[in-house]
Ligand binder design. Sequence first.
Ligand code: HEC
Length: 104
Amino acid sequence: MTVHNLTVFIGAAIIAVSFAAPASHAQNANPQLLSISCAGCHGPEGRSPATIPPLYGRSAASIAEALRAFRADQRPATVMNRIAKGYTDAEIDGVAREIAANWK
Ligand code: HEC
């Protein structure tokens, strides 16, 4: 991983946390804004440049299922378990639909 990629990676993590943090006590965040934080690691339109799994071409159901499994610590993870814990059910469904509809 180059220094630039690392910077993008860390930046995306911070964005993800800052989008996700208010979810538990405020209204659900806009799915399009949420998907921007996913693109920071998973690449533009889910076409990730490196070892992070791509998200394009996936169904909303499979993305939502993976996020719920990460949130429940039922799927091995390095970062997705922490990210997913910041999302409500409505936000998981919203961002999954947003990605499936736009990242073909
Ligand atoms: C900080 C970087 C980062 C961000 C931000 C991020 N992801 Fe991930 N994602 C990963 C990594 C790394 C993995 C592999 C599992 C792991 O190590 O946690 C992964 C795995 C996944 C998987 C499982 C893919 C597969 O086929 O195994 C899905 C689905 C997913 N992420 C969706 C999302 C969504 C939706 C968002 C935005 C809400 C998001 N991710 C934000 C880094 C990130």
